[in-house]
Design a protein around this ligand. Structure first.
Ligand SMILES: Cc1ncc(COP(=O)(O)O)c(C=O)c1O
Length: 381
């Protein structure tokens, strides 16, 4: 390798000169976090209702432009409920990518449906619109406005593309293709809050979108998630389903559906509100870090992943693609041993025991990228 492990690791250390051990991403609390959390404690509203829950949802609506936002306990439950709202039922098939965090496939499996893994685009690292279209054209027939998988006879009831590491995937094309096959899109935007495509926020292209506020994300609520949609009926149903499906009444406890206790506690929402106030500042810093990486890797033989044209990435995690698995492993070993945390991509979902037997389209790019990608430290500290 022309650029040595030492050179890259040393460069990363110049980006984080004050850190003894540089982490991949850690939260930063320099705004109103303590004030709002203490305020929530003083108010005694620490659980599922309270002004910060409402404020959190309002802030997300204002920021993303979504008409409805419903806060929940984490991104995984947000995905699961969104799939139910999109109409996914037991024994259905749901299209997604094998190159993702396990929660994407798990949330599909919780519904009783099975994931079908579509390949990714090697530039955006998100679902490839071309692979999606090829799979659908080859394997699907439309019966009564439903996409039926020809060889299994099963219904394809949703598509879950993911914006990997914050880089917007070709979401406009994916939605267009899915629309033509009557397949609703649930956008897994867990990693891409603040990323836009043609100035529109990721998460707002599909029927429903989901953000995560886990501690490793650009902004955090400790643990939390949000469902967004422009569909009034689904927005209201999302609130109802995630709050035990209780019929509003001052004292009676009556529930009209099988609901879930997925509501976001006011305490977590307080933290989220303070963090959201700083989101644009964090993204600015993250984009500066990314631009420094870009300058460093520009004339080297290493591929540094950048946002596509007409997109803005939040650059949640920066990524490089090395030449081979052995180069990847050698760099992972060297950097981690030298106090710079780096990590490989997730094991493909299609290689996990639970999902080995699921249908996939060959996953050529997914396998190749999974073998060679390394995430670099990207925190704002
Ligand atoms: C792509 C993706 N989907 C879903 C999730 C699940 O979010 P959470 O951890 O908030 O449940 C995460 C992250 O954690 C993620 O990265």
């Amino acid at each position: 390798m022309l650029t040595t492990n030492h050179e890259i690791t040393s460069f990363i250390k110049t980006l984080y000169p004050d850190s003894k051990r540089i982490s991949l991403h850690e939260p930063k609390f320099i705004g109103n976090e303590k004030k709002y959390v203490l305020d929530a404690i003083d108010s005694t509203f620490v659980s599922s209702i309270g002004p910060y829950v409402d404020k959190f949802e309002e802030m997300i609506k204002d920021y993303t432009g979504a008409k409805f936002a419903v806060s929940v306990v984490n991104g995984t439950s947000a995905l699961y409920v969104s799939l139910l709202l999109a109409g996914v039922e037991r024994d259905d098939l749901v299209l997604t990518q094998a190159f993702s965090f396990v929660a994407t496939a798990n949330s599909i499996y919780y519904t009783g449906a099975e994931p079908v893994f579509i390949d990714i685009d090697k530039f955006t690292l998100g679902m490839s619109p071309d692979s999606l279209e090829t799979f659908l054209k080859t394997n699907i027939k439309i019966i009564n406005k439903q996409a039926i998988h020809i060889s299994s006879g099963r219904r394809i009831s949703a598509c879950v593309p993911m914006h990997s590491f914050g880089i917007p995937c070709g979401i406009d094309k994916i939605v267009e293709i899915c629309n033509s096959f009557h397949i609703p899109v649930v956008e897994d935007s867990a990693e891409s809050l603040g990323s836009t495509y043609y100035s529109k926020h990721t998460g707002t292209f599909g029927l429903l979108g989901v953000y995560s506020f886990n501690g490793n994300k650009t902004v955090t609520s400790g643990g939390g998630g949000i469902i967004v949609t422009d569909n009034k009926k689904l927005g209201n149903l999302a609130k109802h389903l995630t709050t035990q499906a209780k019929i509003p009444h001052p004292w009676e406890y009556r529930h009209d559906m099988l609901g879930f206790n997925f509501r976001c506690p006011n305490l977590n929402a307080a933290l989220a509100c303070a963090q959201l106030e700083q989101l644009e500042d964090f993204i600015k810093i993250k984009r500066e870090i990314s631009s420094k990486y870009f300058q460093f890797f520009k004339n080297k033989e290493i591929n540094f992943i950048t946002e596509p044209k007409n997109a803005r990435s939040n650059y949640w995690l920066n990524s490089i693609i090395l030449k081979s698995i052995s180069e990847r492993d050698s760099f992972l070993k060297y950097s981690n041993e030298n106090n710079v945390m780096t990590r490989p991509a997730w094991t493909l979902m299609s290689d996990l025991a639970m999902y080995k037997s699921c249908i996939n389209d060959g996953l050529i790019n997914s396998v190749d990228i999974q073998n060679r990608l390394v995430n670099l430290p990207s925190g704002v500290n």
